[in-house]
Design a protein around this ligand. Structure first.
Ligand SMILES: Nc1ncnc2c1ncn2[C@@H]1O[C@H](COP(=O)(O)OP(=O)(O)OP(=O)(O)O)[C@@H](O)[C@H]1O
Length: 245
């Protein structure tokens, strides 16, 4: 179970006077069962990416807990247990790495035989729907959809229990976006990975997720199952739904 319990997070504002704190998350709590998929939706600046960084253990909350099965997410024991895929896939792959090197980077073991590493890359490429010949390509030789598949292969290389996606499909055109979402659905079923899917796109979130959390000004305004989305109460969810229906 992934659990966020009573989390507050503030950043210090730079202004005329040092020291003013700007609260970004306030009393955020939710829990997700292993293998489930939760969409985090909210206006720009409402704190979604901050929450994503806390879930990845990249930052610590000022108050409250973020835990996976009772272990704080920043704990070394959970290394590789929660992966990330970001929107900015072009810059999240080192331009000097081949696809193979990029995929192996998080799991690189110098002593592992070359043949074994090659086999792992082929298998991961196959799982994300890319031919094994892509292993020798460089990032600039990939389309946006292909680069995003490489990022997904890299994210699943550590065999994580959860993946945090932060605006991960927004930059893709609609048909490529749908292909990537279908890939994520298939991986979720095949590998039992849970997803935290941060987005502005309520349609994409409804396609991939079981539940949605609506964020406003650092607080959870509403948590609703996708099946009941038409009954959403929060203004932001209603506004987004009006745009897509
Ligand atoms: N490292 C930081 N230092 C100071 N302020 C920050 C930092 N990170 C985020 N903030 C501020 O926290 C607030 C929330 O930012 P965050 O990126 O979490 O929002 P968001 O909901 O993901 O926005 P968007 O949808 O536009 O990406 C913003 O006002 C932002 O300026």
């Amino acid at each position: 179970m992934l659990m966020v319990d009573g989390v507050d997070k503030s950043y210090r504002k730079r202004g005329w006077f040092l020291g003013e704190l700007h609260p970004v998350l306030r009393g955020v709590s939710f829990a997700c069962e292993a293998g489930s998929s939760l969409g985090i939706i909210g206006e720009s600046g409402s704190g979604k990416s901050t929450l994503g960084r806390l879930l990845l253990g990249l930052e610590k909350p000022d108050r409250g807990k973020v835990e996976l099965d009772g272990i704080p997410v920043a704990d070394r024991r959970l290394r590789g247990g929660i992966s990330a895929v970001f929107q900015d896939y072009a810059s999240s792959i080192n331009p000097f790495f081949t696809v193979e090197e990029a995929i192996l980077e998080p799991v690189w073991r110098a002593k592992q035989p070359r043949r074994e590493q090659r086999r792992k890359v082929d298998e991961l490429l196959r799982q994300v729907g890319l031919p094994s010949s892509y292993g020798t390509k460089f990032p600039h030789e990939l389309s946006g959809g292909e680069a995003q598949r490489v990022c997904i292969a890299r994210a699943i290389a550590t065999e994580p229990r959860w993946i945090v996606f932060d605006e991960a499909v927004n930059a893709l055109d609609a048909s490529v976006q749908l292909q990537v979402l279908d890939l994520l659905k298939a991986l979720r079923v095949g590998r039992g990975i849970g997803y935290i899917f941060i987005t502005h796109d309520i349609q994409a979130a409804a396609y991939l997720c079981d539940d949605l959390v609506i964020f406003k000004a650092g607080r959870i305004e509403e948590r609703i199952s996708v099946g009941r989305l038409a009954h959403a109460q929060s203004d932001y969810a209603k506004k987004l739904l009006r745009m897509v229906i």
